[in-house]
Design a protein around this ligand. Sequence first.
Ligand code: DAH
Length: 360
Amino acid sequence: MDGITGLRDKYLTAIAAAEGETALEEVRLAALGKKGEVSGLMRSLGGMTAEERQTAGPALNLLKDDLTEALGAARARLADAALDARLATEWRDVTLAGRPAAQGTVHPVSQVTEEIVAIFADLGFSVAEGPQVESDWYNFDALNIPPEHPARQDHDTFYMARAGGDNRPPHVLRTHTSPVQIRAMESQGAPIRVIAPGRVYRADYDQTHTPMFHQVEGLCIDRDVSMANLKWVLEEFCRAFFEVDGVELKFRASHFPFTEPSAEVDIRCSWAGGQLRIGEGDDWLEILGSGMVHPKVLRAAGVDPDEWQGFAFGMGIDRLAMLKYGIPDLRAFFDSDLRWLRHYGFAALDVPTLQAGISR
Ligand code: DAH
């Protein structure tokens, strides 16, 4: 009997001290396994007298039950401790902000428009807007393009339909952003410094022309604004936009009905190895039209040309995007092909940078 009490103490202590599943299993085998100490005693019951067996049998059974129960409790305790330890290291802070899932991209036209607006805003220009369905007056006449003027033919204009019997000239889808010059001067007067980015339309379709495209107009009117200011502003713009310090522009005499004198502006570039580089090489690429606003245009917009003068310019936004980001085909801009959009699109957080190039 004393032996049995000794065994109970020994194994209950061992069970309590076991620090892991393996240690516990070793204790179980030592006591209750086939070759275990308690099992050995159970086997020895057969060699005892009936009397001895009567006391030893129940005592051994009780010992076996007690140890089994203690082992179960210990196993549960170890499992709880293991779970607590895992929970302590693997917890998640469910209040943390989620990771943003990238969805869609910013279209190159939107990106470039924002870049242009940012650069001109830094030069003191604000943004003006006008309608895309424009009257014949704003799109042509007010810009010194009378009905019989050949420039009307050049524009491949889309005309809106008039009701039968209505003989007024039809509205048009604006062929350029220049009419916004007139609207801005009408509503703000002079002095004025605005740019007007937006959609324009012409019936034309090939690798570099689409029926809808984007232009940005610039207008700066004050008492003593000259061609020199125009040159400086455009050079500053190109330096910042193309992120090239040594941009070189060539002002080539040209003709537009709404400016006098007029100049088309070419930028120095190289096509070495089939790759376009702005600011180096011996090629010239036309990027915009410009000039001193014609007195007739000022008058049409209610601004006195004897008191005010200034410059205007217009350039293609899509073309600028193609040049800056090396996108070869304009038509793909408007195909909504997801592969193209993912390739050429910008991440929402790609904020346009203002290049250090702007100097005052
Ligand atoms: N409106 C012209 C076009 O669509 C571009 C242009 C040329 C705009 C000269 C101007 C300018 O403001 O002064 O081709």
